[in-house]
Structure formats: structure tokens, C-alpha cells
Design a protein around this ligand. Sequence first.
Ligand code: PEP
Ligand code: CO
Length: 483
Amino acid sequence: MTFRVDTPVLPSTVVAAEGWSPSSWTSKPVLQDVDYPDQAHLNRVLEKIGRLPPMVAPGEIHRLRQQLADVAQGKAFLLQGGDCAELFDYCSQSPIEAKLKVLLQMSLVLVWGARMPVVRIARMAGQYAKPRSKPTEMHEGQEILSYRGDNVNGYDPSDRSPDPERLLGAYFHSAATMNYVRSILAEGFADLHHPSNWNLHHVKSSTLRQEYQTIVDRLTDALDFMKTIGADPNAGGAKSASPVSSLSTVDIFTSHEGLLLEYEQALTRKMVDPSNSSQQKYYNVGTHFLWIGDRTRQLNGAHVEYFRGIENPIGVKCGPSMKPDELVALLDILNADKQIGKVTLITRYGADQVDKYLPGHIKAVQESGHIVVWACDPMHGNTQQSVSGVKTRHLIDITRELSQAIRIHKQYNSHLGGVHFELTGDRVTECVGGSMELLDAELLDRYETHCDPRLNYEQALDMAFLIAKYQEKQRGFSGVMSL
Ligand code: PEP
Ligand code: CO
């Protein structure tokens, strides 16, 4: 077979932020930098990645931006979730299916609760790199480099030297994951539209099980009703934003923390803007959505410099150390023309601190004129040491931070647009509590994370039911649920 390749005629106007280029970050201080022993090897790998094809298209990035603009304006709800540290080993059929299943089921509950479309973003297909509080750790009396994520080094203590080939591994594992996600979504995941089959046996409290069952029954009724009147939820299609079609919308966007800037730069491409074909813009084509971690968001740092120039929607983690005026300065740099929903602020203070910091951040952003997506990450401020000596999180704290965030936003005339969870579709035992009443003493049964503790399938569904109940209450129905 022969192919004729026409060289595309590209528009000559390149639109970019002033003074920015994909490599302008290199002139700024780089926190969480990786020290590669062989720089020439790194350069060869980066050059190769730079030639590999895009994993996502500008049109998809624009679609997500539009959907996040809806979230910012209270017309849609954001669900973002996935592993803390994705492993190359998770690039396999059943872990991918399990994660999609939990995200889709959660979103179905949330669509029902909020009566609005849910925008789904997976922490997946690239969430490999991890920021660490210390570059080294002690292992059997020896100081060794910390595990920095599968795209940097190995979890095994004997494999901690950073290896550039792992960046290439990140590209191919991301691409394979995305390929399988796209193919099963195209198939429809139809079984998820039968919530009547959901198994709620894990719910220990009979009152809570009854509450969940009521939601599932009403959700099933709503779906049956739509089928009866011919509004087939499977016929919706991803592009429509109507609540009916969104019950079957099978758009799942991908995301990861934009930590390793060499890798991100190699995947930053000048591409034709789908909304104006006479110009080209810079897109990160390795994922749809990237966020800046709480440790790398310095105003004058390399990460902020890189992020200000890409067209993708971006997130910023905001913890207790973020000053309100710093937050506004950050938004001014990252989103100079104040585009609605371009930035998602992912707040993560901890259940005991949310009422101390969130009001100041909300007021500062309101006064600045920026219209952002406010998402609550109730995981990262609530990590503690378990009795058994591992890192854990208690569902009670996660619930407390989330419910307080909802209340505070309402009180300050703002709204919580979404949630950000570390979760997995698998039956792990990493967080304490929830409707399955997982005990501290049970944590070691299936404690599998290589980084932070994740909600398991049942605990993730707990969160969706809880939020749906709040949303229903906000619409005027009664009843608050506790876990
Ligand atoms: C994370 O999301 O895994 C993370 C490291 O979060 P943060 O930057 O908020 O600490
Ligand atoms: Co984490």
C-alpha cells in the first residue's frame, strides 16, 4: 500500500503569551527537579518524545474548556479522580475498566443529584510523577533516593536512580491507556445504565443502605422513564450538554500533575486552533488537563512559567500556605485575559483548616474578577499516620472537609463546582471508614498504594451518594446523610 502525504499548509499567525515559549520555563528556578546522571541520554529521549504523535487533539481540549466554563458558571459539575501515583502496571485491562466503572457510576449518581451534566476528568494516562517532601529516605539503615513515580525511577529500593527511558515508558503507557479508554467508551459501557443491579451489600448500616437504595431506585426510575418516552439515554452523544444526554455521555478527559517540565515541553505543540483556523496556538498534547501541585506553584517558578503559555485548561492546588493576594497574582499570570473556567482552583486545606482559609480565598478571587472553577480535594489535607504505621485518611475527615466547603461557598455567595478524589476501582484497604466501616486494623489487608491512600470502589461511591444528597438538599429536598 502506498500513502501520499500532503504537507499541510499551516496558518502563519502564532498566538502565544508574551515572552513565552515551550522552553521559557528553563530560565526560572525549577522545584522538584530530577537530577539525571546522563544528560545526553535524557536529551535523546526527549527528542524522540518530541517526534511522537499527539495523544489528544486541540478540539478535545477546547471542548473540555467549554465544559469547565459551564462548571464555573454553575451549569455543570466536575468530578476528577484517580490514583495518587499511577503505575505502569495499571496499564492493563482490568484496572482501567475498574477505574472507568467507578468514575462513570459516581458521575451517574452526581448527574442525578445535581440535575446537571457532570464533567469527568480521570487522574489517569499520565499521572506518574510525584512531588516528594524529601529527596531521600532511609531504607534498612541506608539513605536512598525517594521514589519519584514510575516515569522517574522504580519503587524497588534497588532501582532508585532516575532513568530517562522511563519518560518514554510514560508516553507509551499513557498512549496505551488512552487507547483502551477510548475504545471501551466508544462501545458504550451500557451495563452502567442499570443501577438497579448495583450491589449495596457492603453498606453495613441498614439505615444508610436504605438511603442508598432509595437513590438507586429513583435513578433507575428516571432512566426507565426516559427510555419509555423515547429519550434514550444511550442516544445522547458526548457533545450535547443537556442533562438527559449527559446521563449517557461517555466523555472522559484525562489529567495529571504537570511536574516534569522536560516531558511536558516535549509534548507541547503548535497546532491549529479549532475555533479559528487562521491561527496556531500551543497545546500540551499529552493530556487534556494539567494541574500545578501545591509544592510547585511559586509565582516566579518554572512551573507557573510553563503553565501560563498552554491552551489546555489548568488546575492549581491551593493549600493553607497560599496567601489570598498570592492567589490573585497567580491567576493574573496564568489567565491574564480572565477567561471563564480556564483555571480550576483545587482546594485542599484539611477538615480542621478549611473554614480558616477558604473564605479568604473566595473573597480575594471574587474581588479580582476572575471566574474560576472551585473544586474541593478533601484528600490531601487529611492524611495521617495509622495505628499500623501506614499513611491513611478517614472518611469522616474527608466528608467533613467536603461538607464544610459546600457550606462556605454558599455562605460567601460562591459555589463548589466540583470534587477531586484519590480513588481506585479496586478493593484496596487504604482509607478508614465509609459505609463498609473499614477499620484501622484492616488497613494492611490490601494496602497497595505507592504514594497516598485512595478511596476504594465502595468508599468512592459513598462520596458520590453523599454529594448527591447534599445537592438534592440544596434543591429543596430534605435529609442530610452522615457516614
Ligand atoms: C496529589 O494530588 O497527589 C498531590 C501531591 O497533591 P498536592 O499538590 O495538593 O499536595
Ligand atoms: Co496524592
